[in-house]
Design a protein around this ligand. Structure first.
Ligand SMILES: Cc1cc2nc3c(=O)[nH]c(=O)nc-3n(C[C@H](O)[C@H](O)[C@H](O)COP(=O)(O)O)c2cc1C
Length: 246
């Protein structure tokens, strides 16, 4: 074979390998579809004002905090829900709209959702709600009891199914990246922020005589579909909350 023909053959083989790899990647290895899903607000519900009433010291709440994975069927009150969401992302400085959890560069890229089961919260229909910290409201985005679907998304962890409510934390990595273009840095900032919010939920739950567990193990695509998440939001944490049965 002539030298030129050999080069052509090698080029054809390399091109074929490249095309095959591309085909395998696009067909089998692409992440789950996360396009903007149509989301309609089905209703807006006022939350009671959060109060600073627990009387439990931070030291005691830290001392008592334990992950709870066995819940009673006792419903939570709207006040419980309001306190938990306020602890997660409530506005604590209304002049600057700063929140209960710290945020790198005060970007505030996080969103918080409530998944309420049947009789999960007194006076609130089962469904999935987005917390609006600016006017202290819940915006319903999915009707009906979705706790079983949520537990399926969380690899079938039964405490998710059992808890009267769960709080889901999502993060907008692009929003942070817009301010901090270094991808590692901005990703780290969002992940750390989710941890701050999660610890606030844990401690608020303890202070109200409730229990919670951090769930970081779930199928992203199922969470995205269940919560009808827009393409710029990534689910990071689930926090089932309720009264401990143990
Ligand atoms: C990032 C992260 C992810 C976690 N994911 C899960 C989970 O998917 N399921 C679960 O039951 N617990 C999960 N946990 C809770 C840990 O198992 C728990 O914190 C640990 O066992 C220590 O117990 P403690 O929280 O009572 O101190 C997670 C905790 C963290 C910090």
């Amino acid at each position: 074979m002539q030298k030129k023909s050999k080069y052509i053959l090698v080029a054809i083989i390399l091109l074929s390998v490249f095309l095959l790899s591309y085909l395998v990647y696009t067909v089998f290895m692409q992440p789950a579809k996360t396009e903007n899903q149509s989301r309609v607000v089905l209703g807006t519900y006022n939350l009671p004002q959060a109060e600073i009433t627990s009387g439990m010291s931070v030291d005691q709440a830290i001392k008592n905090r334990r992950s709870v994975r066995n819940f009673t069927t006792t419903s939570l009150t709207l006040q419980d829900v309001s306190q938990l969401l306020w602890a997660a992302q409530g506005i604590t400085d209304s002049e600057r709209n700063y929140r209960s959890a710290p945020s790198a560069g005060h970007v505030f890229p996080m969103e918080v959702y409530l998944v309420a089961g049947n009789n999960g919260v007194q006076g609130l229909e089962a469904g999935i709600y987005q917390y609006n910290p600016y006017n202290n409201t819940l915006e319903k985005i999915v009707d009906g009891d979705q706790t079983h679907a949520l537990s399926q998304a969380a690899h079938g962890q039964e405490w998710v199914d059992q808890a009267p409510i769960s709080i889901v934390i999502t993060g907008n990595y692009q929003k942070m990246k817009d301010k901090y273009p270094d991808e590692n840095l901005s990703t780290r900032f969002v992940d750390i922020e989710a941890g701050h919010i999660g610890e606030n939920i844990y401690l608020e739950a303890v202070a109200r005589g409730l229990g919670a567990v951090a769930i970081g193990s779930f199928y992203d695509d199922q969470m995205i579909n269940l919560l009808k998440l827009p393409s710029n939001e990534t689910p990071i944490y689930i926090y089932p909350v309720g009264y401990s049965a143990s």
